[in-house]
Ligand binder design. Structure first.
Ligand code: NAP
Length: 287
């Protein structure tokens, strides 16, 4: 089938990522699942193959909060593939405690923002060779809780740490990343969009504070299922209806309003520059 795409999905062993992978597998696409746990990743591959009857599902291991691990994963994918058609940056979490990783990055920033930024950097050369030319970032309506960016303290070391503040900042950064990258990739005909998946009962919240995790556990069953969150991901990844849309924020398969702050180009560019220096990159996409 000519329309079969090679699609990379991060955080594909649970929740929205797994549901997105299953839907795309059912449509016959070739999937590369990026997961951090071999056990959970293999279980996801097996269940997606079983439920979709599509064998073209492959696992790549990566801790997306760790720059060296992302570089190794990028290298492993480039060693096997000459082109990637679509990338879906989905892996993300909320963290109850402030913690810095070995690069000195706060873990929410490292996973939710730098994970997207660096995985895309690693795979951009392959995406340029692909035929889909789409990048989809899972953001969140939670970005609207952010009123101001703590420029002097992006790793939140000096402010009193609050999990929702760190999370909503990271989801605002997803929108900034989407907008700046869309602009930069215009001449390559690669589109970049992001979306809010809805409020979904998934594995989300388990790494939050004890109270937050309990709240999600108790209230979660009343929320929507991951398959609903996957609908906008699949739409942005493969629908011809959005083939020319780029730099946009969606919800429920429609363009949606994002906050005023999320539209500030200067702040978006400033985050881009900070991310380049955190990652010690000279040229984005060149590996
Ligand atoms: N659920 C919601 O209501 C909601 C709303 C708005 C936006 N979102 C966004 O949706 C995305 C997916 O979340 P979800 O709700 O589907 O939650 P989830 O079920 O917890 O899925 C998160 C995925 O990310 C993976 N992950 C976490 N840390 C990782 C790391 N260091 N390296 C590699 N993978 C890692 C998880 O793997 P493990 O299983 O190994 O932890 C899991 O596969 C996130 O970006 C989240 O911010 C969710």
């Amino acid at each position: 089938m000519e329309n079969i795409k090679t699609i990379v999905i991060s955080g594909a062993n649970s929740g929205i990522g797994k549901a997105t992978a299953l839907d795309l597998a059912k449509l016959g696409h070739r999937l590369l699942l990026i997961c951090r746990s071999e056990q959970r990743g293999k279980a996801a591959v097996e269940s997606i193959i079983h439920d979709s009857k599509n064998n073209a599902i492959e696992l790549f291991l990566c801790d997306l909060s760790n720059q060296a691990s992302i570089a190794a994963c990028g290298q492993a994918i480039r060693a096997k593939y000459d082109a990637i058609d679509i990338l879906i940056n989905n892996a993300g979490a909320i963290f109850g405690q402030h913690q810095l990783n070995n690069s000195g990055l706060e873990q929410t920033f490292a996973l939710n923002h730098m994970g997207y930024f660096l995985l895309t950097h690693e795979l951009l050369g392959l995406i340029k060779q692909g035929s889909g030319k789409r990048i989809v970032n899972v953001a969140s309506i939670a970005h609207k809780f952010t009123r101001k960016i703590p420029w002097g303290d992006l790793q939140l070391q000096h402010l009193k740490y609050k999990q929702m503040k760190a999370y909503s900042l990271s989801k605002l950064y997803n929108i900034y990343f989407t907008r700046v990258l869309a602009e930069r990739l215009k001449s390559d005909n690669i589109t970049v969009n992001c979306f809010h998946p809805g409020t979904i009962y998934s594995g989300f919240g388990a790494s939050g504070s004890e109270f937050f995790a309990k709240l999600v556990q108790v209230g979660g069953p009343l929320l929507s299922k991951p398959s609903l969150g996957a609908k906008t991901a699949v739409y942005l990844a493969i629908s011809p209806k959005v083939a020319t849309q780029s730099g946009q924020y969606f919800a429920h398969r429609r363009k949606a309003h994002s906050s005023r702050l999320s539209k500030n180009k200067q702040q978006a560019e400033r985050l881009w520059d900070s991310s380049m220096s955190y990652a010690q990159l000279r040229e984005y996409g060149k590996v």
